[in-house]
Every structure is written in structure tokens, then in C-alpha cells.
Design a binder for this molecule. Structure first.
Ligand code: 13P
Ligand code: SF4
Length: 367
């Protein structure tokens, strides 16, 4: 991924009567998080983005970690990485703007090669995607012949191209079990998140080989953090993302993907809840659940936070920054991503409750 791609060439836009008329209906959605004065600075960009989406036949795919003004006011589809990949595969828009990180935009391009896919800031990376390369996967295949390779979607296209099937946190358990059955083996490589791999290992009898990658946001949470939160907030319901270390999950009441956590809050309406994940997630879930109180220790993802309204407007106005994937790599990678999308989810959303031990067979690293 190039180390540039953050230029923003958009004019300053004033808050006019026309902007007000175009955006007044959106303000109630985010009022709880955006004071009126700040809204007047943001609304002109929201109006301009929504106008441009219509004239350019563009859609914005917004991940659950986007800030509320992006998530609720310009996003056309909101969700976890699996849901956004599915939307990218079926949209008939000419342009996809990925309000998320680079691997998500690459996944959209892989699934919709004929469309223009834009990322508002090319520097929006991911510590997991940066941890492993296609060459690393080829070496692992030499070391473990016959063992199928599952890679998390949080990887680059060249890693996906070396993969048998992709997974996300919302389907990882089912993907691992289905590929083991298909290959007639009892061991699977699940790369590159060592914590996700351990959390999956606790939910299945399949043996797992993994990689020394981790999410720089979720690995910061500890079991002590959860115990402190519980001590300070009696009765609080703790929901965690499976990129957290296993001892964090063993202290949680529920663990699942970002959509899994969002659905849990919607369905259970706890009085008091804490989401052990990226900070914007609580704001976005709170927008739809006004009766739930959110305790808010969280960690920011610096990559997700590179995506701004001005960056999105710049992307649409100037058709920047286009995500390009080598067609041969895209073709191979598409097979792995499409296979995941087509997998019948017999057990539904993967949840992680430490029924077994979170132990993996091996954690491999670059030699
Ligand atoms: P989800 O697939 O749960 O949305 O997670 C994506 C991600 O990057 C989490 O850190
Ligand atoms: Fe990557 Fe973690 Fe940020 Fe998700 S939260 S994009 S896994 S660094």
C-alpha cells in the first residue's frame, strides 16, 4: 500500500439555508454526539456528499467503526466486514466509496472489478493486514502440505490470492469447520490473527495453526480492564470482539463480530453495557438504542479514524484515491472471498464463549 494518498482538495463549504434544508432531517440521528455548532461545520460536507452520490451513482459502504456523522449521515450500507463485502458484491452503483480501511476497499474491488472503488485516505491500513504477505503464506504451505489455509479478510489481496477460503469474525468458526470437512483433515491454518485463532480454537475440535499477527486496537484490552469495569459498574453487560486476547473473552458475557455485538444490544436491551472494541462502535450502536446506557472505555483505531467527511467528499469530487488490484491476483483472491460469501451459514453468526481451551497447535512468524 503506498505511503501517500491523503491529499484533500475540497473548498471550505459554508452552512447555508440550502444546506440546512438538505440536512435538518439528519441531525436528530446524531444529535446525542454532535453539538449544534459542530454540526454546522459538518452539515455542508454531508449535503455535498449526498448530492454527489446521486449525480455520480455512487454508494458509501460504512464500517461500524466510522464516526457517527459518516456512519449515519452519508453511509448507504452500514455493517461489519462480512456485510460490507456482500453489499460490494451486489451493488449496481458505478462507484463504491469505502468508509473503512484499505483491506475492505480491496475486498470490494476484488468482488466488483468493473466498478471504481475509492478509499478516502490510502493510509487507512490495518496492523493485521500488514503482518503477513503472500510469500509468507506460500512458505507456510510448503511447511504444512495438505493443510487448508483460511485467511481473515483483514489481509491484502496477494494474501487472499494464496488462500483456500476467507473468513471474518462473524463466520470464522463455521469456515474453519467447513474447510476441514471438505479437505478431510483435522487441522487448518487460520491466519494472521493469533487471538482470533485461539478464540476459534476454543469453539471447535479442529486443530489450528496460526500466525503472530494481532490487532493493535483489541490487543490492548486486558482481563484486568474487564474486572475493573465490572467493579465500577455493577451489573454491566460486557461484549467483546474476538480480536481481543482469550483471557479478555473469558471475562465477557458475549463475544462476536461488530454486527454480533450490535445485534446483541438490539435484541437484549441491557440497562448498562460496555463494548470492548473500537470507540465509535458504542456511539453508532447507541444511536439505535436510546434506552441503553453505554460505559465507554474503548480504544481508537488510528486507521479507521483517517476517514473523514472532507476525505469522502474529496474522493467523490476528484475520483480519488482509486483502489487498484492486479487482475490476476484479484481473480485468485475472488475465489477465496466468494467461497466465504457463498458458504451456507448453518450455525449462524460465530460467537466465542470458551467452551474448550483457547489453545492453538503453533503460532508461526516470518523467519
Ligand atoms: P468485523 O468483521 O467484526 O466488522 O471486524 C473488522 C475489524 O477490523 C475489527 O477490528
Ligand atoms: Fe485493523 Fe484492528 Fe483497526 Fe480493525 S481495529 S482495522 S483489525 S487495526
Amino acid at each position: 500500500m503506498p505511503a501517500f494518498g491523503n491529499e484533500i482538495n475540497v473548498a471550505h463549504l459554508p452552512y447555508t439555508a440550502e444546506v440546512k434544508a438538505k440536512t435538518d432531517h439528519l441531525y436528530p440521528l446524531v444529535k446525542a454526539f454532535i453539538p449544534e455548532l459542530e454540526w454546522e461545520l459538518q452539515a455542508p460536507y454531508i449535503a455535498a456528499i449526498n448530492d454527489l452520490k446521486a449525480t455520480k451513482n455512487a454508494v458509501i459502504l460504512a464500517h461500524n467503526y466510522m464516526t457517527p456523522e459518516i456512519f449515519a449521515c452519508v453511509g448507504d450500507y452500514q455493517g461489519d466486514s462480512l456485510m460490507l463485502a456482500k453489499e460490494a458484491a451486489k451493488t449496481d452503483a458505478d462507484i463504491i466509496v469505502q468508509a473503512g480501511v484499505h483491506f475492505m476497499a480491496e475486498t470490494s474491488k476484488i468482488l466488483s472489478p468493473e466498478k471504481i472503488v475509492l478509499i478516502p485516505d490510502l493510509r487507512a491500513g490495518c496492523s493485521l493486514a500488514a503482518s503477513i504477505s503472500g510469500a509468507d503464506v506460500r512458505l507456510l504451505r510448503e511447511k504444512y502440505p495438505g493443510i487448508p489455509v483460511v485467511t481473515y479478510v483483514n489481509t491484502t489481496a496477494d494474501v487472499k490470492a494464496e488462500t483456500d477460503i476467507c473468513c471474518t469474525s462473524s463466520n470464522a468458526v463455521e469456515v474453519v469447520e467447513s474447510i476441514a470437512e471438505e479437505f478431510g483433515v483435522d487441522t487448518v491454518m487460520l491466519l494472521p490473527d493469533q487471538y482470533l485463532a485461539k478464540n476459534v480454537a476454543a469453539m471447535t475440535d479442529i486443530k489450528i495453526i496460526t500466525w503472530a499477527g494481532s490487532c493493535e486496537v483489541h490487543e490492548q484490552f486486558s482481563a484486568d480492564d474487564i474486572r475493573e469495569i465490572r467493579a465500577g459498574n455493577p451489573g454491566v453487560v460486557v461484549l467483546a470482539h474476538p480480536e481481543c486476547p482469550p483471557d479478555v473473552l473469558s471475562e465477557a458475557d458475549y463475544a462476536g463480530s461488530t454486527s454480533g455485538m450490535s445485534n446483541y444490544v438490539k435484541d437484549n436491551q441491557p440497562n448498562n453495557v460496555v463494548l470492548i472494541t473500537e470507540c465509535s462502535m458504542s456511539d453508532n450502536v447507541a444511536l439505535e438504542n436510546p434506552n441503553v446506557n453505554f460505559v465507554r472505555p474503548c480504544n481508537l483505531c488510528p486507521h479507521m479514524k483517517r476517514i473523514t467527511l472532507k476525505g469522502i467528499l474529496n474522493a467523490l469530487q476528484n475520483i480519488e484515491h482509486e483502489v487498484v488490484v492486479d487482475p490476476d491476483i484479484a481473480k485468485k483472491a475472488r475465489r477465496a472471498v466468494q467461497r466465504m460469501i457463498d458458504l451456507p451459514m448453518k450455525k449462524g453468526q460465530s460467537t466465542y464463549s470458551h467452551i474448550g481451551k483457547p489453545e492453538v497447535m503453533a503460532i508461526e512468524a516470518r523467519g
